[in-house]
Ligand binder design. Structure first.
Ligand code: PEP
Ligand code: MG
Length: 902
C-alpha cells in the first residue's frame, strides 16, 4: 500500500526512468528525451516533472505535496552526475526549464534557459568557457530577459529597448559587436528593469529561480495563445504540460559549436536523404529568431566531420527505433554532439503515403501499420487539383471551403452563361448569392462555384462535392449583383468575364489567375496511370495501401450518384453500388414544364397525362444508371423535396404577373402558377410536404417512378446486364407510411418484372428521429435501411441544415459546444445514438436487414469509423469520396478489430 502511494505521488522522473510510451505523463518532449537516453544517445542529463504535477498545481494554485522534495532529490542526483552544483560560483551547473505537452504545441508555452546564473556564478561560467567573459555575461542577460518576461511578466519591449540602447551607444546594429563590458552594463540595466516592474531584485538564489521557472511553465498551459491553439487543434484542455529540467549545453561557444535541426527523410516529399539546417556558433533560439542564415545540414560534414558522421549514425538509429520519420534538434558544444529533442516528424499528405510505403519495403513496418500511418483526409487532399502557389497571391475574401480543390476561370453569374462560355472552351467560375437546383447545368459547366451565402451543407456545397467540383460558399465579404453581372469585394469590382481563382480547401478567393495542377492520384484512380509501370513513388504507395485497405475492410462502399457519368466515375473509383440516387434532379431542365403541368393539374386526367409523359424519361434515366452499374445494387430514392422547389420563386412570379397585367397581357397561365405557388408556400419546407408525404398526397407520382425503375431494370436485364434495383422511400416516420407505399409498389413490380428474373428490394431512409426510435416496427416493412444523416442531424438538433452553419456555428465552435460541425462529422452521442438504436432494433426485428448510410457523413473519415463500429453493411458517399471511404473503412477494420477481414 505504501509502495503504491509512492508511485501515485511520483511527480519527477529522471530521463533514465521514462520511455516514449509515457507521453501522457511526461509530455512528448520528456518521453522522447527519456527514450533517447535509454538508447544510449548523448542527451544532456536531466529530469521531467509530470503533467500530473502540473494538473495538481493548476487545480489548487500550489505545488502538490512532495514535489519540492522530489525535485531536490533529482537535482542532487543530477549535480552528482555532472560533478557541478546548480549555480555554484566557481563551476556552475546551469539548466533549461522547458515545457512539453503530450501533443506538440510549438512556441505556445514557455521556456527559460540558463537557470542557475547569478552575480557570482557568471564568473564561474566564464572560467568554464575558457575565460570567455562575453559569453558568460551574454548568457546572464538572456536569463534575466527570459525570466523577467516569462516568470514575472515584465514587458519584453523594455529589454529590447535597453538592448537597442546599448547597441546605439556602441554605434552598431549587431548584437555580436557588444563586448563583455557592454553586456555587463546591459545586465545592470536589465536588473533595474526587473526591479522596477516586480518591486524586487532579480533572484540570486538558484533554487528559487528554478522553482519560479517551473511554476511559470505550469501556468503557461493556460496562457491565452495556448488556449486558442488547443481549441484550434482540438487538443483537450485538461492534459497539462510536463516540465523538463535539462543540463544546459551551449552552441554559441565558438566556431566549433553550433546548433541545428534534422529530418531523417524529406517531410515534404518523403524522399530518403539528409534534410536539415545548421547554424554555427549559435543557440537554438537564434535559429528561430532568424538572426543569421542557416546552412544546409550537409555543410556540417565539411565543418565538423566527426559530429556529422555521429549525427547520421544517430539519425539512422532513431529511424530504426521509431520506425518512422524523425525530426531532431541538436547542439554541438565545442565539438561534442548533444541530442536535444526528437519526435516523429510532421509531414505532408504525399510524404505520409510515400514514407509508409518505404517503411514497408524496408521491413520496418507491415501493411496494417502502413494503413494506420495514413488517413482519408490526407488522401482527399491528394485528390484535388492544387494551386501552384510559387509566389504569394493575396486572397481578397475568405469563405467556407465547401468542396476542395483549386479552380480559376472567368466569372459568370448565370447558369446559362456558364454553359455558353464553357461550350466555347472557356473555364468559368459560377458566382451566385446561393445556388438552387436550376443552377445545375451551370455548375456542371463551371470549373468552380463561388457563393456569398450558405454553409457546408448548402445546395451549392452538397452538389459541388457530389460532382467533385471546387466550391467556396458563404464568402460574405462578396456582394453579388446578378442583374448587373458584377460583384464587389474589398474595394474591387469584378464584372462578368474577369478571372478569379478559388481554393475550395481553404475557402480563399483570389483575383486573377493562379495556376493549377491536376492530381496524379485521381489519374491513377481513373485508370490513366498504371502504378506497376510508372516511376511515381506516390502513386505506387497509394495503390499498395488502398489494395490492402480493400482486403481488410468490412464495410462496403457505395456512391451517391444520379447520372450515368457519375455512376461510371464512382465505379472506377471503386464504388460497389449506388447507395443513393436522388431522383429529384431528374425533374429539372426541360422536364420542368411537365412537372409544372403535374403540379397545376386540375383533373385526374391532366395529372395522369403529365405522369405518363414523365414515365419514359424516368425509365431512360434509370436504364442508363443500371447499365453503368451492371451487377451492382442501385438504391433509387423516390422523389423527396417539396414540389414548390420546381416552381419559380413566389416574389419573382408575383412581380412578373403584376407587370404583365399592367401591360394588359394574357396572364392566365402565370396566374394559375402563382396561385399554386401561394397554395404550396410553406413556412418550414424542410418539415413540410416532402418525401413520402408527397407520395401519399399526389396519386400516381411514386407509382410512376416505381414503374419506371422496374421497367428499366427489366429492359437492361433482358439486354444481358444485371440490374439490381432497391427502391427507397424518403422521410418515413411511421411504419404505416411505408406500408402504404410498399403495397402499391409491390403490385406494380409484380406486374412489370414477371418472369424476367429481376428482383426489386423495397426499403426506407431512416432520417426522421421517430423512424429511428420505431425502427423495430419499420423493419417489418423494410428490406433495408439507409440512414439519411443529413436530415437526421437536422431534426435531432433542430438545426436548419441550409442556414445554421453560416449563421452561428462559428460561435458554437468557439465555445467548444462541438469541435466540428455535426453536419460534417457524425455527432456520436446524439445522432449516432439514434443510428445505433435503429440498427439494433431493426436487426432484432429482421436479422437480414441491410444497413447503410447515405448522408454526407458516409464520406467523412471519422464517421466511417463510427459506422464500422455500429456494424453497418455499407457507407455511401459522393464519387470523389469513395477512395477516402475505402481507405478509412480499411483503417477502421485494422484499428478496431485487427484480424477482421471481409
Ligand atoms: C439525408 O437526409 O441524409 C439524405 C441523404 O437525404 P437528402 O440529403 O437528399 O435530404
Ligand atoms: Mg434527407
Amino acid at each position: 500500500m505504501a509502495a503504491q502511494e509512492t508511485v501515485d505521488n511520483k511527480y519527477v522522473y529522471d530521463f533514465a526512468e521514462g520511455n516514449k510510451e509515457l507521453k501522457d505523463l511526461l509530455g512528448g518532449k520528456g518521453a522522447n528525451l527519456a527514450e533517447m537516453t535509454n538508447l544510449g544517445l548523448p542527451v544532456p542529463p536531466g529530469f521531467t516533472i509530470t503533467t500530473e504535477a502540473c494538473k495538481a498545481y493548476l487545480a489548487t494554485g500550489a505545488e502538490p505535496e512532495g514535489l519540492a522534495e522530489q525535485i531536490a532529490t533529482h537535482l542532487a542526483a543530477l549535480e552528482q552526475e555532472m560533478g557541478r552544483r546548480l549555480g555554484d560560483p566557481d563551476d556552475p551547473l546551469l539548466v533549461s526549464v522547458r515545457s512539453g505537452a503530450k501533443f506538440s504545441m510549438p512556441g505556445m508555452m514557455e521556456t527559460v534557459l540558463n537557470v542557475g546564473l547569478n552575480d557570482r556564478s557568471v564568473v564561474g561560467l566564464s572560467a568554464q568557457a575558457g575565460g570567455n567573459d562575453r559569453f558568460a555575461w551574454d548568457s546572464y542577460r538572456r536569463l534575466i530577459q527570459m525570466f523577467g518576461k516569462t516568470v514575472c511578466e515584465v514587458p519584453g519591449e523594455e529589454f529590447e529597448h535597453a538592448l537597442d540602447e546599448a547597441k546605439r551607444a556602441k554605434g552598431t546594429q549587431n548584437d555580436l559587436d557588444l563586448d563583455a563590458d557592454d553586456l555587463r552594463g546591459l545586465v545592470d540595466a536589465y536588473k533595474n528593469i526587473f526591479a522596477k516592474h516586480t518591486g524586487r531584485e532579480f533572484p540570486q538564489e538558484p533554487r528559487e529561480q528554478l522553482d519560479l521557472a517551473i511554476r511559470a511553465v505550469f501556468e503557461s498551459w493556460n496562457a491565452e495563445r495556448a488556449v486558442l491553439y488547443r481549441r484550434q487543434e482540438r487538443i483537450p484542455a485538461d492534459l497539462g504540460t510536463a516540465v523538463n529540467v535539462v543540463t544546459m549545453v551551449f552552441g554559441n561557444l565558438g566556431a566549433d559549436s553550433g546548433t541545428g535541426v534534422a529530418f531523417t527523410r524529406d517531410p515534404g516529399s518523403g524522399a530518403q536523404g539528409i534534410y536539415g539546417d545548421y547554424l554555427a556558433n549559435a543557440q537554438g533560439e537564434d535559429v528561430v529568431a532568424g538572426i543569421r542564415n542557416t546552412v544546409p545540414l550537409q555543410e556540417l560534414e565539411r565543418l565538423d566531420k566527426k559530429s556529422y558522421d555521429e549525427l547520421l549514425d544517430f539519425m539512422a538509429r532513431l529511424e530504426e527505433h521509431y520506425k518512422d520519420l524523425c525530426d531532431i534538434e541538436f547542439t554541438i558544444e565545442r565539438g561534442k554532439l548533444w541530442m536535444l529533442q526528437t519526435r516523429v516528424g510532421k509531414r505532408t499528405a504525399a510524404a505520409a503515403f510515400v514514407i509508409a510505403g518505404q517503411l514497408v519495403d524496408e521491413g520496418l513496418i507491415d501493411l496494417d501499420e502502413a494503413l494506420h500511418r495514413v488517413n482519408g483526409a490526407q488522401l482527399a487532399q491528394l485528390m484535388f487539383p492544387r494551386f501552384r502557389l510559387d509566389h504569394e497571391f493575396e486572397p481578397v475574401a475568405r469563405g467556407i471551403g465547401a468542396s476542395p480543390g483549386a479552380a480559376s476561370g472567368k466569372v459568370v453569374f448565370t447558369s446559362a452563361r456558364a454553359v455558353e462560355l464553357a461550350a466555347e472552351g472557356e473555364a468559368v467560375i459560377l458566382v451566385r448569392r446561393e445556388t438552387n437546383p436550376d443552377d445545375l447545368n451551370g455548375m456542371i459547366a463551371a470549373q468552380g462555384i463561388l457563393t456569398s451565402r450558405g454553409g457546408k451543407t448548402s445546395h451549392a456545397a452538397v452538389v459541388a462535392r457530389g460532382m467533385g467540383k471546387t466550391c467556396v460558399s458563404g464568402a460574405d465579404e462578396i456582394d453579388v449583383n446578378v442583374p448587373a453581372k458584377r460583384f464587389t469585394v474589398a474595394g474591387h469590382t469584378v464584372t462578368e468575364g474577369d478571372v478569379v481563382s478559388i481554393d475550395g480547401t481553404t475557402g480563399k478567393v483570389y483575383l486573377g489567375e493562379v495556376p493549377v495542377m491536376p492530381s496524379e492520384v485521381v489519374q491513377y484512380f481513373e485508370g490513366s496511370l498504371d502504378p506497376e509501370h510508372i516511376d511515381n513513388a506516390l502513386v505506387r504507395a497509394v495503390h499498395r495501401i488502398m489494395t490492402h485497405a480493400d482486403g481488410k475492410r468490412r464495410l462496403a462502399v457505395r456512391t451517391n450518384a444520379d447520372t450515368g457519368a457519375d455512376a461510371a466515375r464512382a465505379r472506377r473509383f471503386g464504388a460497389e453500388g449506388i447507395g443513393l440516387c436522388r431522383t429529384e434532379h431528374m425533374f429539372l431542365g426541360d422536364r420542368r414544364e411537365l412537372v409544372e403541368k403535374l403540379i397545376l393539374a386540375r383533373t385526374d386526367d391532366d395529372r395522369d397525362a403529365a405522369l405518363a409523359a414523365l414515365l419514359p424519361l424516368q425509365r431512360a434515366d434509370f436504364e442508363e444508371i443500371f447499365r453503368e452499374m451492371d451487377g451492382l445494387p442501385v438504391t433509387v430514392r423516390l422523389i423527396d423535396p417539396p414540389l414548390h422547389e420546381f416552381l419559380p420563386p413566389l416574389e419573382q412570379l408575383a412581380v412578373n404577373v403584376a407587370v404583365a397585367q399592367e401591360r394588359g397581357e394574357d396572364v392566365a397561365k402565370e396566374e394559375a402558377l402563382l396561385a399554386a405557388v401561394r397554395r404550396m408556400h410553406e413556412e418550414n419546407p424542410m418539415l413540410g410536404l416532402r418525401g413520402v408525404r408527397l407520395g401519399l398526397v399526389i396519386p400516381g407520382l411514386f407509382a410512376m417512378q416505381v414503374r419506371a425503375i422496374a421497367e428499366a431494370a427489366v429492359t437492361v436485364t433482358r439486354a444481358g446486364a444485371v440490374a439490381r434495383p432497391e427502391i427507397m422511400v424518403p422521410l418515413v416516420g411511421a411504419v404505416q407510411e411505408l406500408e402504404t407505399v410498399r403495397a402499391e409498389a409491390e403490385k406494380i413490380i409484380a406486374e412489370v418484372v414477371g418472369d424476367s428474373g429481376v428482383e426489386v428490394l423495397i426499403g426506407t431512409m431512416i432520417e426522421v428521429p421517430r423512424a429511428a426510435l420505431t425502427a423495430g416496427q419499420i423493419a417489418e416493412a423494410a428490406q433495408f435501411f439507409s440512414f439519411g444523416t443529413n436530415d437526421l442531424t437536422q431534426m435531432a438538433w433542430g438545426f436548419s441544415r441550409d442556414d445554421v452553419e453560416g449563421a452561428f456555428f462559428w460561435r458554437y465552435l468557439e465555445l467548444g459546444i462541438f469541435g466540428i460541425s455535426p453536419f460534417e462529422s457524425i455527432d456520436r452521442d446524439g445522432v449516432g445514438r439514434l443510428v445505433r438504436i435503429a440498427a439494433q432494433e431493426g436487426r432484432a426485428a429482421r436479422p437480414e436487414l441491410k444497413l447503410g448510410v447515405c448522408g454526407e457523413h458516409g464520406g467523412d473519415p471519422d464517421s466511417v469509423h463510427f459506422f464500422h463500429e455500429v456494424g453497418l453493411d455499407y457507407v455511401s458517399c459522393s464519387p470523389f469520396r469513395v477512395p477516402v471511404a475505402r481507405l478509412e473503412a480499411g483503417r477502421a477494420a485494422v484499428e478496431t478489430d485487427g484480424s477482421d477481414s471481409r
